[in-house]
Design a protein around this ligand. Structure first.
Ligand code: SF4
Length: 420
């Protein structure tokens, strides 16, 4: 890792987005931007990879392990502009001339995730998912700011009620990192990011309470794990007090971009609210660091069934070997590959979209060649609110003389009696 500059400017520090005030004491930034370590208090153990350790010693000298492993410190010290990123990355001409004001979605990268990107070429997969390029300013046919038409299905603020038995509960517009291809960029990009207050949350919970057909609540955002433990528990408590809510799901990218958020205290609280499922957002095997493995294992040890959601992205994971490696690494930390999504047509996302044939090819190269547990559902979320539509390579060739003709993973044909 080649050092660029050990002084980080104050512009890298964002405090206003935390849902609770930053803790007093501990590391701060001096007026020259140099990180300090005055009165840090010990926090619980969290592993520190070689990559993080090197990055921290170069760019945040003097910041001790416990501060680096404090998720609130990570959020406060996130990179939120090209100016701040230039301290740790060599920007391309394209990036250097960029006017961030023209972006739909601001920049936000945690120091932890920046360590995975630093020192890499601009074509490096993870970098592509976090740093905007000029391609993002190109609008293509079919792109819309709310491609899934969710705003039309919102009976009360924070709730999207499209399917009879389940609702989406969007509890915050804030994320610890902003993905350039985000389906909800129209929501997370808002300057006055939605922070749901208690009255709004209570109103949403009341809506769920009154609708006895709702048996499944998906807590999402933004990223719900950027809320405080107390706020998350308030939500879970409210939902668990409703008899007809059978299961709760929580969607998050935190284990990939802010793994130290998965504290023992958090998982001890979460496991009181079973059945609780989690959908974790991963894009590439490089995300499976020692820190992220620890986060996933803690969640799994708390008895939370874990599934991964991955968006198929050109130049990031649209390669059968890369995707297969991701699925294998996820299974090793007890995360079941759940969905592979075709990239939604948000404005300026054409450079991320692959052909549907590419997605089918990836699935075909998995089925039969690896464990069934490694194979996700490949889906297109139909524009305008049509829901998830699964796509499969053609294994059913046709019907002949009372038999179905099937193609297996080796492209061999088989017949099977079709009973009617
Ligand atoms: S973590 Fe999810 S909601 Fe947040 S920016 Fe990424 S894709 Fe969007």
């Amino acid at each position: 890792m080649k050092p660029k500059n050990t002084l980080l400017s104050k512009s890298t520090c964002m405090q206003e987005d935390l849902d609770e005030p930053p803790p007093t004491g501990g590391a701060g930034l001096l007026s020259n931007g140099l990180a300090t370590t005055t009165t840090s208090k010990p926090t619980e153990y969290f592993p520190l990879s070689e990559q993080s350790s090197q990055f921290r010693s170069i760019y945040f000298p003097g910041v001790p392990n416990d501060k680096w492993s404090d998720w609130k410190w990570q959020v406060r010290n996130s990179f939120t502009s090209f100016d701040s990123l230039e301290k740790v990355l060599t920007l391309t001409d394209d990036e250097r001339g960029f006017k961030e004001q023209s972006l739909n979605l601001p920049i936000r990268v945690t120091p932890y995730y920046a360590a995975l990107i630093a020192g890499q070429q601009n074509l490096q997969p993870l970098r592509k998912t976090m740093l905007p390029t000029m391609d993002e300013l190109v609008m293509s046919p079919g792109e819309e700011s709310d491609p899934l038409g969710e705003e039309h299905d919102s009976p009360v603020p924070l709730i999207i009620h499209r399917y009879p038995d389940r609702v989406l509960f969007l509890v915050t517009g804030f994320c610890s990192a902003f993905c350039r291809y985000c389906t909800r960029s129209h929501m997370v990009s808002k300057k006055d990011k939605m922070h749901a207050g208690t009255p709004q949350i209570d109103r949403a919970i009341n809506y769920i309470r009154q609708h006895t057909e709702i048996r499944d609540v998906i807590i999402s955002g933004g990223d719900p794990l950027t809320l405080s433990d107390e706020r998350i528990e308030y939500l879970l408590n409210g939902l668990r007090s409703i008899d007809h809510v059978e299961m709760i799901r929580l969607g998050t990218k935190v284990p990939a971009v802010l793994p130290m958020r998965i504290t023992q205290k958090l998982v001890d609280m979460l496991k009181k609210y079973h059945p609780l499922f989690m959908s974790l957002h991963f894009t590439h095997p490089d995300e499976l660091t020692p820190e992220t493995r620890e986060a996933c294992i803690r969640l799994a040890d708390a008895g939370i069934p874990l599934g991964s959601q991955t968006v198929l992205l050109k130049g990031v994971n649209d390669d059968s070997e890369v995707y297969r490696k991701l699925t294998h690494e996820l299974l090793k930390v007890r995360v079941k590959p759940y969905y592979l999504y075709q990239c939604d047509p948000i404005p300026g996302s054409a450079h991320f979209r692959t052909s549907v044939a590419k997605g089918l090819e990836i699935i075909k190269n998995l089925r039969g060649f690896t464990s069934g547990y490694a194979i996700p559902h490949y889906v297109i979320d139909a524009p305008g609110g049509g829901g998830k539509i699964p796509l499969l390579p053609e294994y059913l060739v046709g019907n002949e003389n009372g038999e179905v003709v099937l193609r297996n993973y080796e492209d061999k044909l088989f017949r099977y009696p079709d009973y009617t």
